[in-house]
Design a protein around this ligand. Structure first.
Ligand SMILES: [Zn+2]
Length: 509
C-alpha cells in the first residue's frame, strides 16, 4: 500500500487541549472542512466522556458522509456501547477502543495484571466488532510498553477483530529511531499483523511528534493520527499539515501519497484557529504567518529570479491566497456567501442572514472588509448559537478623572432582561464585575489579550481571554470595532462555554 491513511483527531485529542471547548455547531463546521480537506478518518469525539461529546459525534455522523467517522471508547462494555450509539448512523462508522498497556500505567493507574489487561482488550475489541466491521485498538503508552507484551496484545486484538492497531507515543517520549524500530519489531513479531493496518499517534512533548510519525511511516505504518495546527493535550499532537506536506514535498524520499487536497490546508488551519481560540505561532511550519515570508535581501533577489532558489513549496499548494480580496458596503449577499464558502464556512440560511446583517453593520463603520474580518464575524455567529446569556447592552464611563463605571444588560435563559452596574479599577474590570453580579458563577480571569485583526485604526479589535473555574480553563473570544464591547463579548463567550459545559456534563457517568 503506497498511500498513508490520514486520521484526523482535531475534534477529539485536539479538543482536549486546555480551554478549547468547542460547541457542537463549531465541531460540525470543522468536520465539514476536514471532509473537504480529504482526510480519511475523522475522530469526532469520545461519546462516554460527556453527553455534549455524544451529541457532537452523533451530529457529525449524520451530516458528514464521505469519511470514516470514528468514536473513541474506554475498554469497558458501557463505553463501547455508548460509542456505537453515537456513530451508528454514520455512513462509515469506526469504534476505537483504547487501554493502557505499559507496566507504569498498569501499576499506578489501573492496578491490574498484564493478563487481566490482555483479556479486557480482547473482549472489548470483540464487543466493538459485534457492532462494526471497522475496529481500531490502541494500547495506550505503547512506546513505554515491554515489546513482547505489546506484540501479544496486538495479536490478541487483531484476532478479536481489530482492523487497525494504533501505536501511541502517549507521553511524547520516543525518539525517531526507537519509534521506527518499534514498528519494524511489530511487523516481524506479530504473526497476524498483515490483517491490520498499523497506525501511529505521536505527541509533541519533545518536539518530535512529526519526526516520529514520519519515521514510523518509513518503517511500515500506514495510518497517521494527527491534528490541524498540531493542537492537543500539553505540547500537542503531530501536525497534519506538516506530515502531509513532508510526504508531498519529499515524495522522492518517501514514495507515498495521501488523499489530502493540500490546497485546503490553509483554510482548515484558519478555521480551527478561529474556532478553538488557539493562535498560530508566526513561525509555525506550513501555516504560520511567516512560513512563506522572505526577509533577507539575498533570498528575495533569488526568489524574483526563480522561486525554486529559496522556496521548497509553493504557497499556492497549501491554499494561501495570492492576494486578499476585499468586500465593501456595496457587496451583496451573494458575494458574501461566495466568500464564506471560499473560506470554508457552510452556514444555514438563517445563520447566513444574521452574519450578513453584521457584515452590513461592519461595512458602515469600515471601508474595506477583509477575509480576516469575515472570519471573525462568522465565528461570532457560531458562538452565539449556544448562548445561555446574551449581551444585550453595555455602557461604560471612564477616563483619567472619573471612576470607571459599567452598566450591562443581559438576556437570560428564559428571555428575561437582567441589568446591573458596577465600579472597577478600569473599564474592563467594571464590565466584568457587573456581568458577574448577574451570572453569579465564581471564576478567575487568567489571560487577557487584545489585538487588531487587520491594519488601520478602524480595524476590528479581537479580545481573547481565558477564565478558570473549578480547575477547568475556558476560552472566550469577542470581536468589535469597539474594544470595550469586544472585551464584554469575550467574557460572555467564556461564561457561556462554562455554562454549556456544566449543562452537558450533567448525567456524566
Ligand atoms: Zn493523544
Amino acid at each position: 500500500m503506497n498511500r498513508v491513511i490520514i486520521f484526523d483527531t482535531t475534534l477529539r485529542d485536539g479538543e482536549q487541549a486546555a480551554g478549547a471547548s468547542l460547541n457542537a455547531q463549531e465541531k460540525l463546521e470543522i468536520a465539514k472542512q476536514l471532509d473537504r480537506l480529504g482526510v480519511d478518518v475523522i475522530e469526532a469525539g469520545f461519546p462516554i466522556s460527556s453527553p455534549g461529546d455524544f451529541e457532537a459525534v452523533q451530529l457529525i455522523s449524520r451530516e458528514v458522509r464521505r469519511p470514516i467517522i470514528c468514536a473513541l471508547s474506554h475498554a469497558n462494555a458501557v463505553a463501547v456501547d455508548r460509542a456505537w450509539q453515537a456513530i451508528k448512523e454514520a455512513a462509515h462508522p469506526r469504534i476505537h477502543v483504547f487501554l493502557s498497556a505499559s507496566d507504569i500505567h498498569l501499576l499506578y493507574q489501573l492496578n491490574k495484571s498484564r493478563e487481566e489487561i490482555l483479556e479486557m482488550a480482547q473482549k472489548m475489541a470483540a464487543r466493538a466488532k459485534s457492532y462494526v466491521d471497522d475496529v481500531e485498538f490502541s494500547p495506550m503508552d505503547a512506546s513505554r510498553t515491554e515489546p513482547v507484551y505489546l506484540y501479544h496484545i496486538l495479536e490478541a486484538t487483531i484476532d478479536a477483530g481489530a482492523t487497525t492497531v494504533n501505536i501511541p507515543d502517549t507521553v511524547g517520549y520516543a525518539t525517531p529511531q526507537e519509534f521506527g524500530n518499534l514498528i519494524q519489531g511489530i511487523l516481524v513479531n506479530v504473526p497476524n499483523i498483515h490483517k491490520a493496518v498499523i497506525s501511529i499517534h505521536c505527541h509533541n512533548d519533545l518536539g518530535l511528534a512529526v519526526a516520529n510519525s514520519l519515521e514510523a511511516i518509513r518503517n511500515g505504518a500506514r495510518q497517521v493520527e494527527c491534528t490541524i495546527n498540531g493542537i492537543g493535550e500539553r505540547a500537542g499532537n503531530a501536525s497534519l499539515e506538516e506530515i502531509v506536506m513532508a510526504l508531498k514535498t519529499r515524495q522522492d524520499s518517501f514514495n507515498l501519497t495521501t488523499n489530502v487536497d493540500t490546497t485546503q490546508i490553509y483554510k482548515t488551519s484558519r478555521l480551527v484557529s478561529e474556532l478553538t481560540g488557539f493562535a498560530i505561532q508566526a513561525n509555525k511550519a506550513i501555516v504560520g504567518a511567516n512560513a512563506f515570508r522572505h526577509q533577507s535581501g539575498i533570498h528575495q533577489d533569488g526568489l524574483i529570479k526563480k522561486a525554486i532558489t529559496y522556496e521548497i513549496m509553493n504557497p499556492k499548494s497549501v491554499g494561501i491566497p495570492a492576494s486578499s480580496l476585499v468586500l465593501s458596503k456595496l457587496s451583496g449577499k451573494h458575494a458574501f456567501k461566495e466568500r464564506l464558502i471560499e473560506l470554508g464556512y457552510t452556514l444555514s440560511e438563517e445563520a447566513l442572514s444574521r452574519a450578513f446583517q453584521s457584515f452590513k453593520g461592519l461595512a458602515d463603520k469600515k471601508k474595506e472588509i477583509t477575509d480576516r474580518d469575515i472570519e471573525s464575524l462568522v465565528a461570532e455567529e457560531l458562538r452565539a448559537a449556544t448562548e445561555v446569556y446574551h449581551l444585550d447592552h453595555v455602557e461604560v464611563s471612564c477616563g483619567d478623572h472619573s471612576l470607571p463605571t459599567a452598566t450591562v444588560r443581559l438576556i437570560g435563559p428564559g428571555g428575561q432582561s437582567l441589568a446591573d452596574a458596577a465600579l472597577g479599577t478600569g473599564p474592563v474590570d467594571a464590565i466584568y464585575k457587573a456581568i458577574n453580579r448577574i451570572v453569579g458563577i465564581p471564576n478567575k480571569l487568567t489571560e487577557f489579550t487584545i489585538k487588531s485583526i487587520t491594519e488601520g485604526i478602524d480595524a476590528i479589535g479581537e479580545v481573547l481571554i481565558r477564565i478558570e473555574s473549578e480547575g477547568i480553563t475556558y476560552t472566550g473570544r469577542g470581536a468589535s470595532t469597539d474594544i470595550i464591547v469586544a472585551s464584554a463579548k469575550a467574557y460572555m463567550n467564556a461564561l457561556n462555554r462554562l455554562l454549556a459545559k456544566k449543562e452537558t456534563e450533567k448525567g456524566k457517568p
